[in-house]
Design a protein. Structure first.
Length: 199
């Protein structure tokens, strides 16, 4: 009987010892907060979108940066600049001031290389701002064009903004015979020429 008790106790000790690392692992792999998950998902979608804007900005020939579909509508270059300035402007409502000297007119910079550099810098800026937001920040209220909303809602507007202008740049590129680089890479030549698979 003593042997059976000792054997049972030994088995219980082994089970407890083997369960301890698992419990520790579960603690180490505790799920991120809802705010952290939102920021990670948001930045992933943002990066996907602005990477395609970057690709288009590089693919459109410099000589076509001044092209616009109609008088009074933004040109190719102005759309690239607008996305960059918009990244700064929208995140200014999250407490990150726009760079000194920058205004909405800065989107009209005529030099394509400077516009692409401005776009790159604005993307890095957005990352710093969003990475610096706490869960509590996301619930804070801001006023945006007379509307009160959470900082979380403003992030969604910022994401919608880059999506909107990606679509605009795709249309501009196609109108000028420029196939979006990701479509050219994924589609056979005839399909790419027909405008298939922009996304």
């Amino acid at each position: 009987m003593n042997y059976q008790l000792r054997l049972g106790a030994a088995i219980l000790c082994l089970v407890a010892a083997s369960a301890a690392p698992a419990a520790a692992d579960e603690t180490a792999a505790a799920p991120a907060s809802a705010g952290a998950a939102l920021r990670a998902d948001w930045l992933g979608n943002f990066d996907f979108t602005v990477d395609r804007i970057r690709q288009l900005a590089a693919a459109v020939p410099v000589g076509q940066y001044g092209w616009r579909p109609a008088e009074g509508v933004r040109s190719v270059g102005e759309v690239v600049g607008h996305v960059a300035v918009g990244n700064y402007y929208l995140t200014s409502f999250l407490g990150a001031p726009m760079p000194e000297g920058m205004t909405m007119e800065s989107e009209k910079e005529p030099d394509p290389a400077k516009l692409r550099a401005l776009l790159d810098a604005s993307i890095e800026h957005v990352h710093k701002v969003v990475d610096g937001l706490s869960d509590a920040d996301l619930d804070k209220t801001v006023e945006f064009f007379g509307r009160k909303m959470s900082q979380r809602a403003l992030l969604l507007i910022t994401l919608g903004h880059v999506h909107e202008h990606l679509g605009q740049l795709i249309a501009y590129a196609r109108a000028n015979g420029v196939v979006p680089p990701w479509s050219a890479a994924e589609s056979p030549a005839p399909a790419a020429a027909s405008g298939a698979k922009d996304y």
